[in-house]
Design a binder for this molecule. Structure first.
Ligand SMILES: [Zn+2]
Ligand SMILES: [Zn+2]
Length: 394
């Protein structure tokens, strides 16, 4: 089968002929890949900044934001069936099976010896077929065919929200964000600011709006622009850091209860941390390159964090539960905001044209998706899809 391979030693990225995987254990499914999203991580791997092939291979098949269809299952498989649309999770547990990995919380692995499909020592999803254990597969309802490839990038926000709900449980209940999104009464404590208007930041805006939070997105480019228009369509305000300083933004929007950083830029992030509100939570999701950077006034930041009971949190990868919550949310987004949601995917291209997508960026690009195949089995529409958590409820 064809796959996109990155050769770190010879610094090459090319289509390779890779052995088609076969079912090898009683609880596996074979998946025909339909689409794989391109993100900053893939581009950095293609620039050879990181990315490690599995032991014994000189290339890594990249890609971790996928959508596929099950074409074959082992006899012991119970949760997925042929024809199901599925999105596999990315991280696999450490060989030591630490307490987190043992509990299917590989995103919180203690040893750091985990692998990640398409990133670290495990082949990813930019290929025609994948075999995976069913416990790592999330089944999507057929109506999510068009936007299902957005699930993996959405899970960054879903995990951030899972952590936010835990942290906010320290506050009086009226002040917490309602995880069901049903409470619309405003006793404040629901103002959120997202730093960055890439796919992660924009998907976070959908999730926060869906929870009836007063949501703002800040990015460099001045409005009007296409992202500002997209955000306006879901009830979110767009502010430009070219026009306003973090202090001016805080003055304009009022006390900020939750900030989610989705830029990977330390300087601007710490500037915004300096204007986080009392009892606020700041969540870092970006991974900056290791180069010297001047961080603003540490004394003022430390004073604020202490005197305002602030929480600064970093989050990476996402557990199975976050994928399940993401499926629920994608369905809700699609019902509420079908056109803005679909417009996050700005290009679909055959995977053979990967070079332009992986090695460069297009103007006004949000999410580019590479196509690896078309669905082969048609599904009956389902009325309801219940959430399932192999390790029990979160
Ligand atoms: Zn990604
Ligand atoms: Zn572990």
């Amino acid at each position: 089968m064809k796959a996109i391979g990155v050769f770190p030693k010879t610094k090459e990225v090319r289509v390779v002929e890779h052995p088609e995987p076969v079912l090898q254990s009683p609880a596996q499914a074979k998946i025909k890949m339909l689409e794989v999203g391109v993100c900053g991580t893939d581009r950095e791997i293609c620039q050879f900044q990181y990315g490690t092939p599995p032991v014994g291979w000189d290339y890594l098949i990249i890609g971790h934001e996928s959508l596929g269809q099950v074409v074959e299952v082992s006899p012991g498989v119970t949760r997925v069936k042929v024809g199901d649309l599925v999105v596999p999770t990315v991280r696999r547990g450490c060989p030591e099976n630490c307490i987190s990995c043992e509990q299917m919380q590989q995103d919180m692995c203690f040893t750091g010896h985990f692998t990640e499909r398409g990133i670290k020592q495990a082949h990813g999803y930019m290929c025609e077929f994948v075999v995976e254990e069913e416990k790592f597969l999330n089944v999507l309802p057929p109506e999510l065919r068009e936007v299902g490839v957005l699930l993996e990038p959405l899970t960054i926000t879903e995990k951030a929200l899972m952590q936010t709900f835990l942290i906010q449980s320290r506050l009086h209940w009226e002040c917490r964000i309602d995880p069901t999104g049903k409470t619309t009464s405003q006793k404040t404590c629901r103002t959120a600011l997202i730093i960055g208007a890439g796919p992660v930041g924009l998907l976070a805006a959908f999730a926060f709006c869906n929870l009836h939070m007063k949501t703002f997105v800040v990015a460099r480019q001045k409005a009007p622009n296409e992202k500002a228009a997209l955000l306006a369509a879901i009830g979110t305000s767009y502010l430009s850091t070219e026009e306003l300083t973090p202090a001016q933004i805080a003055e304009r929007v009022g006390p900020i209860d939750l900030m989610l950083e989705a830029t990977g830029a330390a300087q601007v992030s710490f500037e915004f941390l300096g204007v986080l509100g009392t009892n606020g939570i700041f969540i870092f999701t970006g991974v900056p390159a290791l180069k010297k950077d001047a961080i603003p006034d540490g004394n003022a930041l430390m004073r604020n964090i202490v005197l305002k009971n602030q929480v600064v949190l970093g989050t990476v990868n996402a557990p199975y539960e976050a994928f399940q919550l993401g499926i629920r949310d994608l369905r809700e987004f699609l019902q509420k905001w079908p056109v803005p949601l679909r417009s996050l995917i700005t290009a679909r291209r055959p995977f053979t044209t990967f070079r332009g997508s992986l090695l460069g960026r297009q103007p006004n690009e949000i999410k580019t998706v590479l196509e690896f195949g078309t669905a082969v089995v048609t599904q009956e529409p389902q009325e309801t899809v219940s959430l399932s958590f192999p390790g029990g409820s979160p």
